[in-house]
Design a binder for this molecule. Structure first.
Ligand code: SF4
Length: 427
């Protein structure tokens, strides 16, 4: 896809999709600034850091020495060919990049896993075992009158979520939509973005994040008519839990929001399960849904593409020639720590914050400029960022839409898909 220009012919773009977190806001305005880009409208700190990253185009390297792209590709192909069990990790890329990783892993007999899989699996385990009722960003934006934020500092992960989904004044279904109640279930969660005419009551129920499941299980039991003894439930006064249940029952469309990376404690999938089972219970008499956020660094695209191509959501091995799925055994960190894998191909084209696992296995580091390896890689190949240096597509965190990404600036950096296809061809 070609770079799209505005009517006056300048590199000024409207309705740009931002790839720097899972909610993929698609209303940004981006203009040129020197050799680089400037976020002109609808940005946030995260998108400004991503779009306004200085443009640089370093050379590929093998053993720390500059080489041509062809030589770097040949060296990467040799490493994969000679590897007993390569791991293809990171996977911070777009849909085309993931397709290319899967093709390469299949041909090279390796294992695929995303950098944020640990969090994703808190959700996948529930989806695979008991299921859930989830809503979408659009549905929540237009219909919800109660939001419960479960243990997640949404404002840090997705700086515009509240602005776009919770505080929006317009609704598709009413010129005068009702005010919303927002309940923060957790300790020290940032409420600063919950402002504006749509917002009614804002409550905080300070509870440790690892006790949220207990509270939701108790609410489900209370709703079924069970008796629960004690003055506190999950560390909250019993009256506060009963009040929250009453609000859920009275809501015309309630939504519980969480992001799996924020539920970072042992067996956190049981908290996701408690949320999901409570939502099912309340749905018997009212309308209620879950909304899972996260999906940063292309995690949602990686899970979606891997599912539709292999039948399994990541942590898939192609070592036997056919897809084999094991969410424990095929975790990249575990494979490298146990030295079951002898090669890491790490792919990262969005965030410098995500680091490759600590390993002494040789590394093929394919990354956008500005994303530095933690230790010298055997092969380094710089690639463009989807939605800046080349066009592409990404799957939004609610898994219902894929959004197109634009090429916004002239760049000679290849896409990750281009590089991976070349490596595959050289195998
Ligand atoms: S909230 Fe996320 S998708 Fe939206 S502009 Fe900020 S980083 Fe980009």
């Amino acid at each position: 896809m070609e770079s799209q220009k505005s009517r006056n012919g300048t590199n000024h773009y409207e309705n740009v999709t931002c790839p720097f977190c899972g909610i993929l806001c698609d209303d940004l305005e981006i203009g040129p600034s020197g050799d680089g880009l400037k976020v002109l409208k609808n940005g946030c700190a995260k998108s400004v850091a991503g779009f306004e990253r200085p443009l640089s185009e370093p050379k590929p390297q093998v053993d720390g020495k500059d080489v041509s792209l062809d030589d770097a590709v040949a060296a990467a192909a040799r490493l994969i060919k000679n590897s007993r069990l390569p791991v293809f990790g990171g996977l911070g890329t777009d849909v085309d990049g993931i397709r290319a990783v899967l093709a390469l892993a299949e041909k090279g007999g390796g294992i695929v896993d995303h950098a944020l899989s640990e969090g994703q699996y808190r959700n996948f385990r529930v989806l695979q075992s008991t299921g859930w009722v989830l809503t979408t960003l659009t549905e929540a934006r237009n219909r919800a009158d109660l939001f419960i934020v479960a243990g997640t500092d949404i404002h840090k992960l997705h700086p515009r979520f509240f602005e776009r989904v919770v505080c929006n004044e317009a609704s598709m279904f009413s010129d005068n939509p009702p005010k919303r109640t927002i309940v923060f279930l957790g300790d020290k969660l940032d409420r600063s973005a919950v402002v504006g005419k749509r917002i009614g009551e804002v409550l905080t129920l300070p509870v440790n994040v690892d006790r949220i499941g207990e509270i939701l299980d108790a609410m489900r039991a209370l709703n079924k008519g069970a008796t629960i003894s004690g003055d506190t439930i999950g560390g909250l006064p019993r009256a506060a839990v009963e009040d929250l249940l009453a609000r859920c029952k009275a809501a015309s469309y309630g939504v519980i929001v969480w992001a799996p990376p924020s539920l970072s404690f042992a067996n956190a999938d049981l908290t996701v399960q408690a949320i999901s089972e409570f939502v099912k219970e309340i749905n018997l008499t009212s309308r209620f849904a879950g909304l899972s956020l996260g999906g940063n660094d292309g995690a949602t695209s990686a899970g979606a593409v891997c599912s539709w191509q292999s039948g399994f959501p990541l942590r898939v091995s192609f070592a036997s020639g056919k897809p084999d799925y094991d969410p424990e055994r095929y975790a990249a960190n575990r494979l490298l720590a146990a030295k079951e894998s002898d090669l890491l191909l790490w792919l990262s084209s969005f965030s410098p914050d995500i680091k490759e696992p600590d390993t002494d296995a040789p590394t093929i580091f394919i990354a956008a400029p500005g994303i530095k390896p933690s230790r010298p890689p055997k092969v380094y190949i710089p690639v463009g960022t989807p939605g800046i240096d080349h066009a592409g597509t990404m799957v939004r965190v609610d898994n219902v839409v894929s959004l197109p990404l634009k090429k916004l600036r002239p760049s000679s950096l290849p896409s990750a898909a281009d590089v991976l296809e070349k490596i595959e061809a050289a195998l």
